[in-house]
Write a protein that binds this ligand. Structure first.
Ligand code: ATP
Ligand code: MG
Length: 248
């Protein structure tokens, strides 16, 4: 599993907000992507999942012995081959209950071909079990109703991504707006899935202690470019990262 971008740029009018010669995600289980506000982290994640069209450059997803060029795809096609992202800002979820929203997110991966014709029953039981497990693992105010607060919507967005069982999940500030204990439960669940080999994850976060604790490898983005990459200890100790981000 490897997501690779080469000579990737994105400009809005005359402002270039992403300009990356080369970056690879997915080599480690859990990776971090950090950088100052406006560095281009969300834009990069939008480009990689094909929600945003690049000004130039190529993106490829290598899964096992197959290479998928991502440039010609729409975001739903990228999602179907196993690359999805959570959102920094949440909208929607008002028309579906928590459970229905999760059911819907769980279905596409199993709705294809013969499998769905012959094992629909078993699949739907499997989905129900997964939905129940996720809903019960978190303290939603109304487990049979709708996501109420901004925090619940944020959590639901993350759970929708997890139940879709991506091969690579990009998480854009998953903890912003969530209480500390929920953040930990979410990240522990993510780490468990990663360690079980179910998926790989890239997390964008300003919560640096969380990055140092959970990530095996960290990419530092500043002014649209990757300036440093390495193990958490190396990134923490790097002078450029300190100057540009930690205000040292
Ligand atoms: N649709 C857009 N049109 C014009 N400029 C944009 C657009 N989206 C993002 N930008 C600009 O691109 C730059 C990078 O924004 P981006 O949201 O990717 O940063 P970020 O690293 O995710 O920041 P944060 O940590 O605050 O979330 C910013 O200067 C932003 O104002
Ligand atoms: Mg952002």
């Amino acid at each position: 599993m490897r997501l690779e971008a080469n000579n990737l740029t994105k400009a809005y009018h005359t402002q270039e907000v992403v300009n990356i010669e080369k970056v690879t995600f997915g080599s480690a289980g859990l990776e971090g992507l950090i950088g100052p506000n406006g560095a281009g982290k969300s834009t990069l994640m939008g480009l990689l999942t094909r929600r945003i069209t690049p000004s130039s450059g190529t993106m490829k997803l290598h899964i096992e012995d197959k290479t998928h060029p991502l440039n010609p795809f729409h975001s739903h096609q990228v999602a179907r081959i196993g690359l999805i992202k959570t959102n920094q800002r949440i909208q929607g979820f008002d028309s579906l209950t928590i459970r229905d929203s999760l059911r819907l997110a769980a279905t596409p991966a199993r709705a294809e071909g013969f499998k769905s014709l012959f094992s629909g029953q078993r699949d739907s039981e499997e989905v129900e079990e997964k939905v129940a497990r996720l809903v019960e693992a978190f303290p939603f105010a109304d487990r049979n109703g709708y996501a109420m607060s901004g925090g619940e919507k944020k959590l639901l967005d993350i759970l929708r991504c997890l139940i879709a069982e991506p091969k690579l999940l990009l998480m854009d500030e998953p903890t912003a707006g969530l209480p500390e204990d929920i953040t930990r439960s979410v990240m522990d669940m993510v780490r468990e899935k990663v360690q079980a080999g179910a998926m790989r994850v890239v997390v964008v976060e300003h919560d640096l202690p969380l990055i140092w604790e959970y990530c095996e490898y960290v990419h530092f983005l500043s002014e649209g470019s990757i300036l440093f990459e390495g193990a958490p200890e190396e990134v923490k100790a790097n002078r450029v990262v300190a100057e540009k981000y930690m205000g040292v």
